[in-house]
Design a protein around this ligand. Sequence first.
Ligand SMILES: Nc1ncnc2c1ncn2[C@@H]1O[C@H](COP(=O)(O)OP(=O)(O)OP(=O)(O)O)[C@@H](O)[C@H]1O
Length: 231
Amino acid sequence: MLEVKNIEKIYSGKMAVNIPELSLAAGEAVGLVGNNGAGKTTLFRMILDLIRPSKGEVYSKGLNVAQSEDWKAYTGSHLDEGFLIDYLTAEEYFKFIGDLHGLSEGDITERLLPFMDLFNDEILNQRKYIRDFSKGNQKKIGIAAAVLSNPELLILDEPFANLDPSSQIRLKNLLRNLRTQKQMTMFISSHDLSHVIEVCERIMILEKGQLVQDMQTNENTLRELESYFTV
Ligand SMILES: Nc1ncnc2c1ncn2[C@@H]1O[C@H](COP(=O)(O)OP(=O)(O)OP(=O)(O)O)[C@@H](O)[C@H]1O
């Protein structure tokens, strides 16, 4: 589904990302963990062609993301609130995204149903612009918009950040359901080790721009990660 080949990103002479090889199979859910500044967002930005690598290429289903637009039709992503249109209401934004994918109002309503628990009556019918929502609620809007098109590939940067504990658990369950019901391929970065392990069957550790570990999740993974990050 996704292949990264010999990718490098250099900022002001400093290597931010340096990954010779990385691939995600269709249907796989992969968690990306790493300390602040490890390069997670930079990697996602290159995968989504939001920034160009200094060297190397990203292929989505064999298409070079820098040379094709076709991958955008089956890719959903939310990296930060910059993805949102903050002068729209949540409903207007969902309609905008739905229109891009040819969805009717009925389709949008139906596809938002699994988000009702997560939305907690604080997102729809609020008569306010996205810019006036809390950071956590903006994140919920962004994640729902990313999932709205029922993408084959879903990329989320720190989806659990800024969410209260109940919302984190609801989001975790929602992502797990998307995996099992729709076989969505997922690439998710997180500082929340326990949640990301529960959603993803494979975990990669990024350190100073390099992939230093790539492991299948099992009952020991949380302990292994905690000991890795204990300094
Ligand atoms: N536009 C930029 N200009 C210069 N340096 C940048 C830029 N974007 C990122 N960097 C640098 O690249 C490195 C990786 O940053 P990145 O934001 O990708 O890390 P991250 O793993 O997502 O961190 P965090 O967990 O704090 O969000 C950092 O050293 C950062 O300062």
